[in-house]
Design a protein around this ligand. Structure first.
Ligand code: PLP
Length: 414
C-alpha cells in the first residue's frame, strides 16, 4: 500500500528541514528565536526548524474548528505510542493500562521520582547529561550522583557500579535516571548495555527511570531498544513524548509508562498530576505517533544528511574541533578543548541550561552563533559545546562558517 503523501502541496523537496527560511523562522516567538538578538543564529535549545507535520496540523485544526479545547481524557495517546513502539521498535510488551499522561517529560520524571524515592535520596545520572536532570532532581529535594560516561561517550559499567554503590549507601530508595538515547552525545544505548544496567540496578536495589524523549530520532545505522523491553527491567519506568521528534514542546503532554512490576507504583500517581497535560497537547502528540511516521522518515533523512554535512563543515572550518558522530537525536557534542579557550565556569555548577561560558561564549560573542555550553551538562562537559543540527543545511553551513572565522579571529587576537 502506498504511504500517505507527507505534504499536502505535493512539492518536490520533502525534507522538512528545508521548508522554512531564516526570515520565517525569525517570526517565531519561542525561546530558541527570542533568547538572542536577531543577528545570532540559534543552534542551542532542542527545538526543530520545521513546519508542523501535516497530520499533527490537521488534528490541531480540527480541534480548533470544533472548539474541542476542554480537558484531556482517555487512552488514545497511550494506544498510539503502543502501536508506534510495535511498528518501529518491534516491542510488543507495551500495555496502555500501565501508563498515565503527564504534563511533560521532566514533570513526569519528577512525579515518578516522588513515587519511588524519598526526599534526600540519591538519583544517579550519566554525565555529561541534559542539564535539567540536575535542576529538577535538586528541585525535587533529591541529590544527584554522577556516573560519567566513558571516553567513547557510552555508559561505563565500572562508573555505574561505583555510583550505584554510593547511591545505595547514602539513601534508602535510590534511583537511576537514564537518558536513552543520550542527550547531549546522541549515544543510542545498545540492548546489551541496557541489560547490564538492569543487572546492576537489581544488584544495588535502584529503580530505573528511562527518559526516552529522543527515541523516535534514532538515525540510520543505530537501533533503539526501549528500556522496558529489556530482561530485568520489569520494575522500571519510561517517559515517552512526541515533543522532540515532532517539535511539540509547546503543546504540553508526555506519557509515563510502567513496567509490569512498577504498575502498582504508577497507580499511586496522584490524580491531580493528570490535570497538567494540555488537551491540545494530547491531540497533537497522539496524531504524531499515530500518523506522523512518513513525515518522521523524511525528517530522519534530512537529519542524517545534516549529520554528514556537519562532519564536512567541521573538517573544513574547524579542524581542531572533534566531532563524535551522533547515533540519534539532532544534537552534536563538539569537543572544543583543543581550541585552548578558557573554560572557567561562571557559577561552577551544572543544570542551568542557558548559562554560557568557555567556547560557547566565544562563539556567541565572536561568531554570533548560540550553542549550548558544555559545562552545564555536568562532569565531562567543560570545553565542549552542543550544537543543534535540526535546521536547514543553509543555516548550518552559515553557522559553522562563522564559527571557523571566529576561531581564526580569536587566535589572532591573542
Ligand atoms: C533528554 C530530555 N528530556 C526531557 C526534555 C524536556 O522534555 P519536556 O519538555 O517534555 O519536559 C528534553 C528536551 O530537550 C530532553 O532532551
Amino acid at each position: 500500500m502506498a504511504s500517505p503523501a507527507p505534504f499536502a502541496d505535493g512539492s518536490a523537496d520533502q525534507n522538512p528541514l528545508t521548508r522554512l527560511t531564516l526570515d520565517e523562522l525569525r517570526q517565531r516567538t519561542s525561546v530558541k528565536w527570542r533568547m538572542h538578538p536577531p543577528d545570532v543564529l540559534p543552534l542551542w535549545v532542542a527545538e526543530l526548524d520545521v513546519p508542523l507535520a501535516p497530520p499533527v496540523g490537521d488534528a490541531l485544526h480540527r480541534a480548533i474548528d470544533l472548539g474541542d479545547t476542554g480537558y484531556a481524557h482517555g487512552t488514545a495517546y497511550a494506544e498510539a505510542v503502543g502501536d508506534f513502539a510495535a511498528r518501529r521498535w518491534g516491542w510488543n510488551g507495551f500495555r496502555a493500562d500501565h501508563t498515565t499522561v503527564v504534563p511533560d517529560v521532566m514533570m513526569g520524571i519528577v512525579e515518578v521520582l516522588r513515587l519511588v524515592t524519598d526526599p534526600g535520596d540519591a538519583v544517579v545520572v550519566c554525565s555529561p547529561v541534559y542539564p535539567p536532570f540536575y535542576a529538577f532532581v535538586a528541585h525535587a529535594g533529591r541529590q544527584v550522583i554522577e556516573a560519567p560516561l566513558g571516553p567513547d561517550l557510552r555508559m561505563d559499567p565500572a562508573a555505574l557500579d561505583e555510583a550505584f554503590r554510593r547511591a545505595r549507601a547514602c539513601g534508602r530508595r535510590p534511583a537511576f535516571l537514564i537518558c536513552n538515547p543520550h542527550n547531549p552525545t546522541g549515544t543510542v544505548h545498545r540492548r546489551d548495555e541496557l541489560e547490564a544496567v538492569a543487572t546492576l540496578a537489581d544488584r544495588h536495589g535502584l529503580r530505573v527511570i528511562s527518559d526516552e524523549i529522543h527515541a523516535p530520532l534514532v538515525l540510520p545505522g543505530a537501533h533503539f531498544t526501549p528500556y522496558l523491553a529489556v530482561a530485568g527491567a520489569e520494575n522500571a519506568f519510561a517517559l515517552v513524548s512526541a515533543s522532540k521528534a515532532w517539535n511539540l514542546a509547546g503543546l504540553k503532554a508526555a506519557l509515563a509508562v510502567a513496567g509490569p512490576r512498577a504498575a502498582a507504583d504508577l497507580d499511586r500517581m496522584p490524580e491531580e498530576v493528570g490535570h497538567g497535560p494540555s488537551h491540545l497537547g494530547v491531540v497533537a502528540h497522539t496524531a504524531a505517533f499515530r500518523a506522523g511516521g512518513p513525515w518522521l522518515d523524511l525528517l530522519l533523512d534530512g537529519l542524517d544528511a545534516n549529520r554528514t554535512l556537519l562532519r564536512t563543515l567541521l573538517a573544513t572550518h574547524l579542524p581542531s574541533v572533534t566531532y563524535h558522530r551522533p547515533e540519534g537525536t539532532y544534537l552534536a557534542w563538539l569537543d572544543c578543548t583543543r581550541l585552548g579557550i578558557d573554560t572557567e565556569q561562571p557559577d561552577g555548577g551544572p543544570g542551568v541550561a542557558s548559562d554560557v561560558a568557555g567556547p560557547a561564549k566565544m562563539f556567541l560573542d565572536r561568531a554570533r552563533v548560540a550553542l549550548s555550553s558544555g559545562h552545564v551538562f555536568g562532569t565531562g562537559g567543560a570545553g565542549f559545546v552542543r550544537l543543534n543540527f535540526g535546521t536547514s543545511p543553509t543555516i548550518l553551513t552559515e553557522a559553522v562558517t562563522r564559527m571557523g572565522r571566529a576561531v581564526d579571529a580569536h587566535r589572532s587576537a591573542g
